[in-house]
Write a protein that binds this ligand. Structure first.
Ligand SMILES: Cc1cc2nc3c(=O)[nH]c(=O)nc-3n(C[C@H](O)[C@H](O)[C@H](O)COP(=O)(O)OP(=O)(O)OC[C@H]3O[C@@H](n4cnc5c(N)ncnc54)[C@H](O)[C@@H]3O)c2cc1C
Length: 683
């Protein structure tokens, strides 16, 4: 146990909070507790904050320093802050501080001192610009500094104790105090507990257990969904065929670790083209997924058109929808408005920022666009409506008697775009954007490789060149819509099916595909790896088979007849959230003891589970198995049924994570203040 700050002597017995999980969210709550002292807590009243985590406090597990220097954030340095600012709408005080890139400036200027760093980090710090994608190790230093600064800033009689251990369970003591048992055999008694457990793995699903069994029987390699930075990749042999199922950020990290991480190098040839120089120890990676294409790359252009102001999915529209509907369905009611807002964001930037690329005045396009039924916008032209809706990844909506009118609006939208946007490169239709390989057939694997490389190159152009800043308009509109959605996400009116299937289902994946992709340079590297023959693309609607006859894995796709055979398979994605099947003993104990409840939802004949821990949104109090609020427990993070908010944010975006941190910090302090005089706590 290490104490980072000691309170002055006081006759009063201290009250205490045990924060389990000291990753960026736990650290963010600490900063908010510090900010709210004095107003929500008497400055001279003793308070102990225990931070329990086997990983370093501040960075936690995901951002620990001890990981490959090749792994990066998927945000630019200027877009990462842990601090509130003038846009933050919070009850507690705003306390500004440096973004990651400002922090690096201050390190360079010597106003922030770091303990000596290795040569790679020193080089990164000396050259980093706000537009660079920093390494996770650099972010680790920023988060470590953030935590230490928050501790130093604590006013009054507050003590922080850091416990480098894993919490195994939390029990209620008579009278309500909380007994936290740690895996080093020690325990802590606290008045309140805040669970901030972040991302957790889960015990294998039946499919993964079956694949693992198959691999074991036949001496193959199979890696189930996991955190790539933690996975043991040593069993994957040089030159071996490796099927990678999934094309998101986990697949990108895996590719980095198995190529550059194995000694390969990227270089530029005399034309400036990126080339990959293999080390010879890489496997041969076959990448595929349902979409068959990587996530859309991060955008580096800037907006030059009219200021983005929500027009269709506004705060008022969301509130109206919520109050006027008996029951809410995301796919049927909200998604069309988000689609409308997203397309509006895209075309507004295209027309107002790049008038030379369009052939109608914005006012005319805008007026005609606004008359199109929003339900037509996520669906491609052609008939019948339902068949084309299959192009996109969300479930179908039955339009019934409205179908013919919607068909007409689909056609009107297509005609409007064709008339106003001469270059097909500038035309955006959401179904094709979401599933670019859908319905395409290639004669050979090589044709597919070429098509994929062209697709990735075109995507890179669209998301980096200044003349294509309309894609940033799309991104901003989608992000704003996510914030707007958070206003009504607590509504009890969501149908159970929509909550499970849509909000905690396809919508998250869709948003990540468009807005949480890798840095552009990773996609350029993917092209170079493909040209070097180290990476091959499998296509979309990927299928994988465990063939007992050959004792090998087979994989193929809907786009080409080629079938790949391999002795190694990786499911490259994060494990699904399931608190009852979590690999985190503490979460499982919470559920099995009745101290917490998995979020099961039901209406009519539908019963489903979001897999998350049920908390009351208003203050994040944990709901127990009887449906009551636990008196002493709070929980935040991606394993709870609160909306996913991440931990850090772009500056000046009124970030939801900071609003949530402020809310829970104040709730903790307010709740502590109502407790009877302290009894038996660990000081
Ligand atoms: C692989 C990965 C990459 C990501 N990259 C980005 C990115 O580039 N940009 C971005 O904005 N977001 C990214 N995210 C999103 C991520 O949600 C946030 O960056 C952030 O890590 C969330 O903070 P957290 O504290 O809630 O969770 P975590 O960072 O997961 O921290 C939770 C902490 O709880 C601890 N813990 C869990 N159980 C126990 C226990 N029983 N006892 C004690 N301690 C426990 C863990 O050790 C961990 O340190 C990424 C997420 C993942 C999984």
């Amino acid at each position: 146990m290490s104490s980072t700050q000691t309170a002055p002597d006081s006759a009063e017995t201290p009250l205490s909070v045990a924060v389990i999980g000291a990753g960026p969210r736990g650290a963010g709550v600490l900063e908010r507790v510090a900010a709210n002292l004095g107003t929500e807590w008497p400055a001279d009243r003793p308070l102990i904050l225990h931070f329990i985590d086997p990983f370093p406090a501040g960075p936690g597990r995901i951002w620990r320093f001890d990981q490959s220097p090749l792994l990066k954030l998927n945000s630019m340095a200027a877009d990462v802050t842990m601090f509130t600012d003038e846009t933050s709408v919070i009850d507690g005080p705003v306390r500004p501080g440096p973004s990651l890139s400002d922090w690096v400036d201050q390190v360079r200027a010597g106003t922030i001192e770091l303990t000596p760093v290795d040569a790679a980090l020193a080089a990164e710090i000396s050259t980093l610009t706000g537009a660079d994608f920093p390494t996770r190790r650099l972010q680790s230093l920023y988060l470590d500094w953030f935590f230490r600064t928050a501790v130093d800033d604590l006013a009054g009689a507050v003590t922080v104790r850091v416990h480098p251990a894993r919490a195994a369970r939390v029990d209620d003591l008579p009278g309500g105090d909380q007994l936290v048992l740690l895996d080093d055999g020690s325990s802590i008694v606290a008045h309140l507990v805040l669970f901030s457990l972040g991302h957790n793995g889960s015990q294998p699903e039946p499919e993964h257990a079956a694949l693992a069994g198959f691999a074991e029987r036949h001496g193959l390699v199979y890696l189930p969904p996991a955190f790539t930075a933690d996975a043991d990749l040593s069993a994957i042999q040089p030159g071996q065929n490796l099927i990678v199922r999934g094309f998101g950020l986990a697949a990108v990290d895996l590719t980095v670790l198995l190529t550059e991480g194995r000694g390969g190098r990227f270089d530029r040839d005399h034309t400036g083209r990126l080339v990959y120089l293999p080390s010879g120890t890489e496997p041969r990676l076959f990448l595929g997924s349902r979409r068959g294409v990587p996530y859309r790359s991060k955008i580096s252009s800037t907006l030059v058109g009219d200021r983005p102001v929500p027009r269709f999915f506004t705060t008022a529209a969301a509130a109206r929808l919520e109050s006027e509907s008996e029951s809410l369905d995301f796919t049927a009611q909200v998604w069309p408005l988000i689609a409308q807002e997203s397309l509006w964001g895209y075309y507004r930037e295209l027309f107002t920022g790049h008038p030379e690329r369009v052939s109608l005045p914005w006012a005319e396009f805008a007026d005609r666009f606004a008359t199109i039924d929003p339900r037509a916008l996520p669906i491609a032209a052609g008939s019948p409506v339902a068949a084309d809706a299959r192009r996109s990844s969300h479930p179908l909506v039955e339009f019934g008697a409205d179908a013919p009118a919607i068909e007409q609006d689909i056609t009107r939208f297509r005609e409007l775009v064709a008339e106003g946007v001469p270059d097909p490169v500038d035309r955006l239709f959401l179904p094709e954007f979401d599933r670019p390989l859908h319905g395409l057939r290639f004669e050979s694997g090589e044709e597919l490789q070429q098509a994929l490389r062209e697709h990735i190159r075109a995507d890179l152009d669209l998301r980096t060149l200044p003349e294509h800043s309309a894609t940033l308009g799309l991104f901003v509109a989608l992000l704003t819509s996510l914030f707007t959605l958070s206003d009504i996400i607590d509504s009890p009116k969501w149908s159970a099916r929509s909550r499970v299937r849509d909000i905690h289902g396809w919508w998250l994946g869709y948003f990540s595909f468009i807005a949480s992709g890798p840095p552009g340079h990773r996609l350029e590297e993917l092209i170079a790896l493909s040209e070097a023959g180290v990476v091959e693309f499998l296509g979309g609607d990927l299928w994988v088979e465990a063939d007992e006859t050959t004792g090998l894995f087979h994989a193929g796709s809907a786009n080409v007849d080629t079938v790949v055979t391999a002795a190694a398979l990786v499911d490259a994605r994060l494990p699904d959230t399931s608190v009852s099947r979590s690999d985190n003993e503490l979460l499982r104990a919470l559920i099995s003891s009745g101290g917490g409840l998995e979020h099961v939802v039901a209406d009519g004949d539908y019963v489903g589970s979001t897999g998350r821990l049920l908390v009351r949104q208003h203050d994040t109090r944990v709901v127990d198995a009887d449906g009551g609020l636990h008196e002493r427990r709070f929980a935040i993070g991606p394993y709870t049924n609160s909306p996913f908010v991440g931990a850090f944010s772009r500056p000046r975006t009124n970030a939801i994570s900071f609003r949530e941190n402020d809310k829970v910090a104040r709730a903790l302090l307010q709740h502590l203040a109502t407790l009877p005089a302290a009894t038996s706590v660990d000081a």
